[in-house]
Design a protein around this ligand. Structure first.
Ligand code: FEO
Length: 173
């Protein structure tokens, strides 16, 4: 049984996850326009992951007999100055999402809602990975500086990313 406060906060998280999907799709669109198909692929997959995150929260609410209160999704930025700028903004965004997941956990702990604490554990681990992925790419982009050869190599590497259904959806949780 979820409290109204918890259900409302989870609904807000659904909107944030869909905004994340939209943000990364916008970044993907920037990379398409820069003719960097590997980077664009990485962002498309990231957008799919974010939609999946939203659905994990949606399913959790539905399974607990709550209706999701879906909010409006803002338009994402469309302009970036460089791939490094994109990944710095990705990292900043993921740090905000981490704070938001921690906020959900604080509510769950405060309410002694053990089921939601257990549910949120997956997201806490996922956020460590999300921030690490952005950090790794920032490191690579900083190392190559403005070398177009280096950028081409990273672009080729990012072409290989494929979408994997996150565990909570794959197991039908
Ligand atoms: Fe759904 Fe990138 O956190």
């Amino acid at each position: 049984m979820l409290s109204k406060t918890m259900a409302k906060a989870i609904s807000q998280q659904i909107t944030k996850e869909f905004y994340s999907a939209y943000l990364y799709l916008g970044m993907g669109s920037y990379f398409e326009s820069e003719t960097l198909p590997g980077f664009a692929n990485w962002m498309r997959i990231q957008a799919q992951e974010e939609s999946a995150h939203a659905m994990i929260f949606f399913n959790y609410l539905a399974n607990q007999g709550h209706r999701a209160d879906l909010g409006a999704i803002e338009a994402p930025p469309q302009e970036y100055s460089s791939p490094l700028d994109v990944f710095k903004k990705t990292l900043a965004h993921e740090r905000e999402v981490t704070k938001s997941v921690y906020h959900l956990m604080e509510i769950a702990v405060g309410e002694k809602d053990f089921a939601t604490q257990k549910f949120l554990d997956w997201f806490i681990t996922e956020q460590v990975e999300e921030e690490a992925n952005a950090n790794t790419l920032i490191g690579k982009l900083e190392r190559i500086k403005n070398s177009s050869e280096g950028l081409f190599m990273i672009d080729n590497e990012l072409k290989t990313r494929v979408f994997t259904l996150p565990a909570p959806l794959a197991t039908g949780a």
